[in-house]
Design a protein around this ligand. Structure first.
Ligand code: KIV
Length: 290
């Protein structure tokens, strides 16, 4: 059975996403970091996120902290060139929205000038001033609460958040604050399902969960996780729908074996010589041979 329907023509703008969410349609979001992943994802999902997870997923980094604006711009450009129909959200990397309103607006506005429809940034009450400033400049903002990977040092690792009463209540307050500040949606990551459900019912904007249970208004997973392209530890909340890493490695190994045993390329994969040229090249003698 194929889950791929014909590529819908409608561009998923912010008002379209808001309408769908109000109609109770669950939002599907995944990441893309280049033109290939964007083209695979675009006919399927509603939102494409050029996530700062590019750092650990594609660039071999241990966490997202070293990801810079230059890296994000490079990957956003590759995705934006495919002109996706999905809403295109660009992730604000660490330190790109902390150093002052002007720099934050310049960074986020730059993302929109490169083709993003919206930006995402991590954090709660402390980020309200920046979020308001961005929204005032017509820059749509998606918030991100819970296990925010850029806070790895404060959290002491990638740990489920909101398991203590004051943390849980703080998250519910933060969700309200981000909504009031003008966020159009919130990512809720790595929190108990019941807490995500409470946040979702308390908000009028959609929540997009990752490791936050089934009651969110939508779900996001990293592209490479859904397709089983990532090696090593797989978080509990990931369901891999393919064994992509193994499938791709098997295919590459098959090609390598065919090269080594002479089965590749076949005549269908080779170019023929135009008629009459065969004699010419057979009779040709190497320049230096006597
Ligand atoms: O960077 C990212 O991929 C993310 C998602 C996991 C929400 O922030």
């Amino acid at each position: 059975m194929s889950y791929i329907s014909e590529r819908p023509v409608e561009r998923i703008t912010l008002p379209v996403l808001q309408r769908w969410s109000q109609e109770g349609r669950r939002i599907v979001m995944t990441t893309a970091y280049d033109a290939v992943t964007a083209r695979i994802a675009d006919p399927i999902v509603d939102v494409i996120l050029v996530g700062d997870s590019v750092g650990n997923v594609c660039l071999g980094l241990d966490n997202t902290l070293p990801v810079s604006m230059a890296m994000m711009n490079h990957h956003l450009d590759a995705v934006a060139r495919t002109k996706p129909r999905a809403l295109l959200v660009a992730d604000m990397p660490f330190l790109s929205f902390h150093l002052g309103v002007e720099e934050t607006i310049r960074n986020a506005g730059g993302f929109l000038q490169r083709g993003a429809d919206a930006v995402k940034l991590e954090g709660g009450a402390k980020r309200v001033q920046m979020i308001r400033a961005l929204v005032d400049c017509e820059i749509p903002v998606m918030g991100h609460l819970g296990l925010t990977p850029q806070s790895v040092n404060i959290m002491g690792g990638f740990k489920v958040q909101g398991r203590k009463a004051d943390d849980a209540l703080c998250l519910l307050d933060d969700a309200q604050r981000l909504q009031e500040a003008g966020c159009f949606a919130l990512v809720l990551e790595g929190i108990p399902a019941e807490l995500a459900a409470r946040a979702t019912e308390s908000l009028s904007i959609p929540t997009i969960g990752i490791g936050a249970g089934a009651s969110c208004s939508g779900q996001v997973l990293v592209f490479h996780d859904v397709l089983g392209l990532t090696e090593g530890h797989r978080p509990k909340f990931v369901r891999a729908y393919s064994t992509g890493f193994q499938l791709l490695q098997d295919a590459l190994a098959h090609w390598a074996a065919d090269v080594r045993n002479g089965a590749f390329p076949a005549s269908e994969e080779s170019y023929g010589l135009p008629e009459g040229l065969n004699d010419a090249i057979t009779n040709w003698t190497p320049f230096n041979s006597n």
